[in-house]
Design a binder for this molecule. Structure first.
Ligand SMILES: O=C(O)c1ccccc1NCC(=O)[C@H](O)[C@H](O)COP(=O)(O)O
Length: 213
């Protein structure tokens, strides 16, 4: 089974090229100004110009208002919008219809009860992304290198594609795939040497580990 890999929060040419050469499927750009991985639409367009083959271009937003969506969707050619805040099913549907770009909704998980929230996005979102619920002390709503109990997803069937995210690393991604049954994985912190500083070496190691799973 080939597992799809998304590298999120790319901010420089070197990381983009390493991801492409290693066979990445999705590249993620963060449009959340408070993030150490934030890029502007202009920076994103420049980074995406380094793509030497077609890959899926994902824009990450957190509870975006229409002004931000206008700037991002109007300024950058994206294939998928990752909504990583508290967007309601109604808001997800409205964004999808208004902007004409497929949408992936992040579902924060800390325990079994959190899975019920995903049901409301079936038929509304194009994909789901299961991520760890941020710790109370976290300053960011994602990208915190925190994992959740992957057995929450073991044996679950979803009628739409989904990503596993949260605290994945080259060392744990194969086990995470095995336990959760994920067919797509997403990483940011686990391929960094510091918040916002991607490591080409770790990117290569992560993709190789996910592909070998
Ligand atoms: O990366 C950020 O800075 C960020 C900011 C605000 C919301 C989400 C953010 N990141 C999410 C991701 O990069 C991934 O989709 C995913 O959650 C994996 O994060 P990590 O645990 O760092 O691998």
């Amino acid at each position: 089974m080939t597992v799809e890999v998304k590298i999120c929060g790319i901010t420089d040419e070197e990381a983009m090229e390493a991801a492409i050469e290693a066979g990445v499927d999705h590249v993620g750009l963060v449009f959340y100004p408070k993030s150490p991985r934030a890029v502007t639409p202009e920076q994103a367009t420049e980074l995406l110009s380094y793509l030497e083959r077609p890959v899926s271009r994902v824009g990450l937003l957190v509870d975006p208002d229409d002004a931000l969506l206008d700037a991002v969707v109007g300024g950058v050619r994206l294939d998928l919008l990752q909504l990583h805040g508290n967007e309601s099913p109604e808001r997800v549907e409205a964004i999808r219809l208004e902007y004409g770009v497929p949408v992936m909704k992040m579902i924060p998980l800390a325990g079994p009860d959190d899975l019920a929230a995903a049901e409301a996005y079936i038929g509304v979102a194009d994909r789901l992304l299961f991520d760890a619920r941020p710790p109370k002390t976290a300053t960011l709503p994602g990208g915190n290198a925190v994992s959740f109990d992957w057995t929450l997803l073991t044996g679950r069937r979803w009628p739409l594609p989904w990503f596993l995210a949260g605290g994945l690393t080259p060392a744990n991604v194969a086990e995470a795939i095995r336990v959760s049954g994920a067919k797509a994985v997403d990483v940011s912190s686990g391929v960094e040497t510091a918040p916002g500083r991607k490591s080409p070496e770790l990117i290569r190691a992560f993709i190789a580990a996910a592909r070998g799973a």
